[in-house]
Design a protein around this ligand. Sequence first.
Ligand code: ZN
Length: 168
Amino acid sequence: MHRVQRQVEDFDEELRTLAADMTATMYAADGVGLAACQIGVDRAIFVFDCPDDQGVAHQGVVCNPVLYLPEGRDRKLDDAEEGCLSLPGAFIGCARPDYARVTGHGLTGEPVTFEGRGLLARCLQHETDHTLGTVFGDRLSSRARKKLYKQADALAVDYPPEWPAESR
Ligand code: ZN
């Protein structure tokens, strides 16, 4: 999980199948986002279906995501709880900017942009992180990270070893 993922170069049938698999896995696991590395595929792509701060759901696929975050006085941190389908059932507060915008490519190579606040901002940051080899535990204090992994270990027995890839 700690590896920068390969850029998507071929916007072909294989990519569409991958995105469809990822979307099915995300829904089966009841998640709001999923990156390819979480199902063992080395490719910079994520899918999401996530509500923003107004409760409006946004869905999409982003290949080769590039993240833009507010800086200076526009940068406000939100430390709501965060989880990850690779650490099922574990949640812990994680401070992140309350707004994010991601640009990248869609499944046919067309440019796409997604932006928003609330859980959507968190999701876009979390999933882009995955494509860059960062997991959210890396963004926590060592104390909070220990707590998170301890929680995940305690819950691991409730999930099959293939989770989330074979949770369908
Ligand atoms: Zn994750």
